[in-house]
Design a protein around this ligand. Sequence first.
Ligand code: NCD
Length: 361
Amino acid sequence: MAVEGTKRVQEYAGWREFKVQPIEERLKHFEKNNKPFDLLFAAQLKRDYWSSVFEVANKIRTIAKNKVGLDYLRTTMSDKRAMLFFSQPSTRTFLSFQNACHMLGIQTSTIRDSSTSSEIKGESPEDTIRTFSSYVDLIIMRHKEEGYAEKSAWLLNNTKRPVPVINGGSGKDEHPTQALLDLYTLERAFWNKGGLDGKTVALVGDLKRGRTVRSLAQLLTQYHGVRLLLIAPKTFQMREDILAHLDKAKMNYEVTEEFEKNLPHLDAIYMTRIQDEYDEGGESKSVDNTVYHFEKRHLAVLRPTGVILHPFPRRFEIDVAVDADPRALYWKQERNGMWVRSALILKIFAREAEILHSDKV
Ligand code: NCD
């Protein structure tokens, strides 16, 4: 028996044994035909896979420009239904997934608060997930617990209805689809400037608890010659597990507290907020984060070809006066989420060929 809050719930056999296996072993469980079936971790993603996701995303954004194209897109997956289970706050990830589904003709059901599901009556989280799979063909989820998306996918893969699970953010751990749309935005930014290979990228802010930067850092290792600056106050610096991943990949990276000094040398700067909802003892208030804010005056030192990203939500990390600068890509980045997530869903269901060969442009 496991304890969930004050309630005791039954546990499915086998999870504990599965979870202690090395990640490489566990990943095999979430693949089908050598590509992700469930998308749970950045470690599942290979550059050739996301390049083909981006190719599909480019095609979708072109097709979606007019009514004929949009009407066609809505037929491509109209035989599928999806569950959006978002028990942690979300605006962009939820809306972009929902609109991605609708654009492809996928009908959606939504739960945004576990207290409105039967978990409140003592149902185990596992039974809840299994219930979703009775009605839908795809589960997209965000949960505060690290590993819950993985557990859900593991569970469903052991049933007669293994529907794919996509992780839309797992606590302080990972946000793999955000990393995909971040890379898509970066690749488009450097399309005519020699590509992302060889560029200098800075991740700034709460690198310790920010799941977006944790996923993105891992994927950046697959570019050639990218130099990565991890700019954060000591309290919020990147954790050892990701640094070990960078070391293993022989990534050229630097851990630093210096923000302003590094600005003139960057091709891309990825700002993030302090994740104070995860504070254990007021640590956010113990640090002066204002030195990690991108002010309007910083535009003068950023390279003319430099770009600024932010996964949002923003507080004061980027002055709104920066938004009008052509190098500020975060609003484009936000919209890119919809194209990339549509493309990812098509890839998971192996439905992308029809779109790629479509003449609806
Ligand atoms: C982020 C998240 O939820 O991890 N937002 C997002 O999904 N675009 C970043 C954050 O909350 O700071």
